[in-house]
Design a protein around this ligand. Structure first.
Ligand code: ZN
Ligand code: ZN
Length: 356
């Protein structure tokens, strides 16, 4: 009997489908929703899940799963994004990368229902105009791109995010530096630093630390779209809002999502502790955060996406559907760069000639 068949069946904590033990990743990987849950394989063939988030996901009851409306789900074989949309719509291409290689996912388990969503505020006409201006402001981009902004298909998408809340107690230690000055015989003033041990404590409550769970949009672009007004404008989930829009279903690497939220909270605590250090300057700040009362929610956030092909590569331009902030990729125009180099050489030539 092989090792694989000896393992009892394990349901994916995110969607309930059967997850597959993948030794290389030391994790259960869900072939349907892509969720990667860390686990440890015992000698007797049982699996022990190792992540708090896994337990929290499992604890979500069935009545908080599903879209609460009839929706169609497809997965792109090229970029792996899972799109969910109105039952009547027929999708021919992936909304994220344009690939025609999409397959229907009819018998997937039920995903966790979003707790809330942020409605679209910026209309399509304004988004096109903003993208056109954005292209125009990038001198090294080919001129043809400005035209594309007016003609290419713009997709309004609800992207999946996790928001994490937690409480942290965080003691810190550092060396606080105090400036003092000496003056020598010639009257030159010199600054010195006197270092003293300092310590303190920060208590902090984190609310809505955002971690993206999108596969379809590149992480660097999502970073550029932040912040979303999640603390003020979130509305309770209502399937009516999604009608006519495409929703991306989350795919989570739980380890990464948890690490990600921790990394973001650590960074915030660090700056809060740094602000408490007395004196004029500081060094060797050490923080020891202890987190408790962690919870997380699944939310949908509005993003306009334009995917275009230039040469052989695809590029994405995204616009925050609530604030209008743009994050985009663009190719460099080799024609413009070549002309710039030639002009620079001519100027250099004239300069050299004038030196004789
Ligand atoms: Zn799953
Ligand atoms: Zn795709």
């Amino acid at each position: 009997m092989s090792e694989v068949t000896a393992i009892s069946k394990f349901a994916c904590p995110a969607c309930g489908a059967e997850a597959v033990w993948t030794p290389a990743k030391k994790a259960l990987v869900c072939p349907y929703c892509g969720t990667v849950s860390p686990a440890e394989l015992k000698h007797d063939g049982t699996l022990v899940e190792e992540n708090d988030l896994v337990a929290m996901l499992r604890a979500i009851p069935d009545d908080q799963r599903g879209w609460a409306a009839v929706r169609k789900t497809v997965k792109c074989q090229s970029c792996q994004a899972i799109s969910v949309f109105d039952e009547k719509r027929v999708a021919q291409n992936c909304d994220f990368c344009g690939s025609p290689a999409i397959i229907a996912m009819d018998d997937v388990g039920t995903p966790i229902r979003p707790g809330s969503q942020l409605p679209f505020k910026i209309p399509e006409t304004q988004v096109r105009e903003d993208i056109r201006r954005w292209y125009a402001s990038h001198f090294w981009a080919p001129n043809a791109l400005g035209q594309k902004a007016m003609t290419d298909t713009l997709h309004g998408l609800y992207l999946p995010y996790w928001t994490f809340d937690a409480h942290a107690e965080c003691p810190w230690e550092a060396e606080a530096g105090y400036y003092y000055y000496t003056t020598d015989d010639k009257g030159n003033r010199t600054q010195h630093v006197r270092w003293e041990y300092a310590s303190g404590h920060v208590s902090s409550d984190f609310d809505d630390v955002l971690v993206p769970a999108s596969k379809g949009v590149r992480p660097a672009l999502l970073e550029k779209l932040q912040p979303f007004p999640t603390t003020t404008d979130l509305l309770p989930y209502d399937p009516g809002y999604l009608s006519g829009w495409v929703v991306e279903q989350y795919q989570i690497d739980l380890v990464q999502a948890a690490d990600d939220s921790r990394r973001r909270m650590d960074a915030i605590l660090r700056s809060q502790c740094a602000a408490q250090i007395p004196g004029d300057t500081s060094r060797n700040l050490q923080i020891a955060p202890d987190y408790s009362a962690q919870t997380f929610k699944h939310v949908l956030l509005p993003v306009w996406l334009l995917t275009y092909t230039y040469g052989t590569k695809t590029y994405q331009v995204t616009v925050n559907g609530a604030t209008g902030k743009i994050g985009g990729e663009y190719p460099l125009s080799w024609v413009k760069i070549t002309i710039a180099i030639v002009i620079a050489l001519i100027i250099l030539g004239i300069f050299m000639a004038s030196q004789h």
